[in-house]
Design a protein around this ligand. Structure first.
Ligand code: 173
Length: 453
């Protein structure tokens, strides 16, 4: 297969080294002569034409004012499957909406008459410099949105001095993403633990050798959640199964993400942390902790931190938002272990629902070291490639600069707990003004439809 050729169905799911790595040498039969392959019609040729026409009408980047804009544009110009996969979330999608809404329950108590001529919002994550208290979090299947996939993020991260967390299930190969980093560019790795531990061990050792600076072990996905927007998309245009329901029901009803996630070990548990410490010196962080008890356990196991996260609302619906969990974790770890945050030795990260620098400022005030942002960058590169990600980061930078001045904080250390009122954070029903931009973008779920005649 020619390297330059982009295979829309194959490439997002299979990194370029998938065949050499996973297929025994004697089964690798060489390149396919594409002229011998029977062409099958691209699904919905007219639809694709219409999409490309919409794509050609994207607004210029100078017209994009905020991260919501990227989502609005991506929704109109992305392929339907890619949009459904990126935007979908678990069950009734209550948690994905709560992730953003939770930030509306936190209000500022700004200080005035502080010299904010110069503001500096640079920081360190696990001891590594970042121009802002954010990082590009791991999201799978980047090539669904753009042929360069996660490379868009690697390049933009370097240009903007932020850290990229490489996903286990990237469309680009792990080595490609590391090879394309600039000298000295820091990258973290998100890890799904394989039932076959020797595979994970090899991957982790390799990652450390390649200079990865932090291992974020995903702990909120022993099984993948139901993302019905994604699943329904795949069903459309297919005949219902009258024949062998048992045989076909497994794959069809689970969707592609579940099919490629069957390697994830649901048996992963606290005892495995010893094993991880034996195989790597990288700092270990649990990604997907959802209550103070587990954060405390992680601390007691000597881990380097936790990401308070519900996997972008894609796992357990009605899981609480990371920002809400942060409040209880900070309180309880202070009470039980005398810790104060932000803390160099045990760092708290949060992800989910972040669209504005004000969201990040709130998390920092409440004790987070940094905040992970995922979907907005996917939408940015789906619509504009690397330029989109650069623009998204620039927008965040501009928002930061302004908000630091308006809250009265020349540096991140000056953003203190008393600058926010989070007293309503645990109240799940409070009347706050709607975020109209967010709601315009939020695509309503649909119920089952009759098939076309
Ligand atoms: O959230 C996801 O979609 C995800 O993490 C995943 C897991 C397995 C396969 C593909 C994506």
């Amino acid at each position: 297969m020619s390297g330059a050729q982009y295979m829309a169905e194959y490439d997002p799911i299979h990194p370029p080294d998938a065949i050499e790595k996973n297929l025994p040498a004697d089964k690798q039969l060489g390149a396919v002569d594409l002229s011998t392959v029977e062409k099958i019609g691209v699904v919905g040729k007219d639809e694709e034409k219409a999409r490309l026409e919409r794509f050609s009408r994207r607004p210029s980047l100078s017209e994009v004012l905020n991260l919501h804009d990227f989502e609005a544009i991506a929704r109109q110009v992305m392929g339907e499957k890619a949009w459904a996969y990126y935007s979908s979330a678990a069950d009734d999608e209550i948690t994905i909406r709560e992730n953003h809404a939770a930030y509306h329950r936190i209000w500022f108590r700004p200080r005035v008459l502080r010299n904010v001529t110069e503001v500096d919002f640079s920081t360190t994550l696990l001891g590594h410099k970042s121009s802002m208290p954010i990082y590009i979090t791991a999201t799978a299947l980047g090539k669904l949105g753009h042929p360069d996939g996660e490379l868009n993020l690697t390049r933009a991260a370097a240009k903007n001095g932020v850290i990229q967390m490489i996903p286990t299930l990237a469309s680009c190969s792990f080595d490609e993403l590391v090879d394309n980093a600039k000298p000295g560019q820091v990258q973290f790795l998100q890890l799904y633990v394989n039932k076959e531990r020797s595979i994970t061990e090899k991957f982790v050792r390799h990652a450390e050798e390649r200079g990865i600076k932090g291992l974020f072990i995903t702990v909120d996905a022993p099984q993948l959640g139901r993302r019905e927007k994604d699943m329904r998309q795949k069903f459309e245009a297919e005949e219902p199964d009258e024949m062998d329901k048992n045989k076909s029901s497994v794959d069809r009803t689970q969707g592609a993400a579940r099919a490629i996630s069957s390697f994830i070990d649901p048996g992963l548990c606290w005892d495995d942390m010893k094993w991880f410490k034996n195989i790597t010196k990288m700092p270990l962080i649990l990604k997907g902790v959802q209550c103070w008890e587990d954060a405390l356990e992680a601390y007691d196991h000597g881990l380097a931190g936790v990401v308070l996260s519900n996997h972008g609302g894609r796992q357990l619906d009605f899981a609480r938002s990371g920002i809400e969990i942060l409040v209880e974790v900070v309180d309880k770890l202070k009470e039980r272990r005398g810790l104060s945050f932000p803390n160099e030795k045990f760092q708290l990260f949060v992800d989910g629902g972040v669209r504005r620098a004000t969201d990040v400022v709130k998390a920092v005030a409440l004790g987070a070291t940094a905040v992970g942002i995922g979907r907005p960058f996917l939408y940015a590169f789906s619509a504009y490639g690397e330029d989109g990600v650069n623009k998204a980061l620039q927008i965040l930078r501009d928002e930061f600069e302004m908000n630091m001045r308006l809250i009265g904080a020349p540096t991140l250390k000056d953003i203190t707990r008393d600058m926010v009122d989070a007293s309503s954070i645990h109240q799940h029903i409070v009347a706050v003004p709607d975020d109209r931009l967010y709601n315009v973008n939020y695509e309503e779920m649909v119920t089952a439809r009759l098939r076309e005649q």
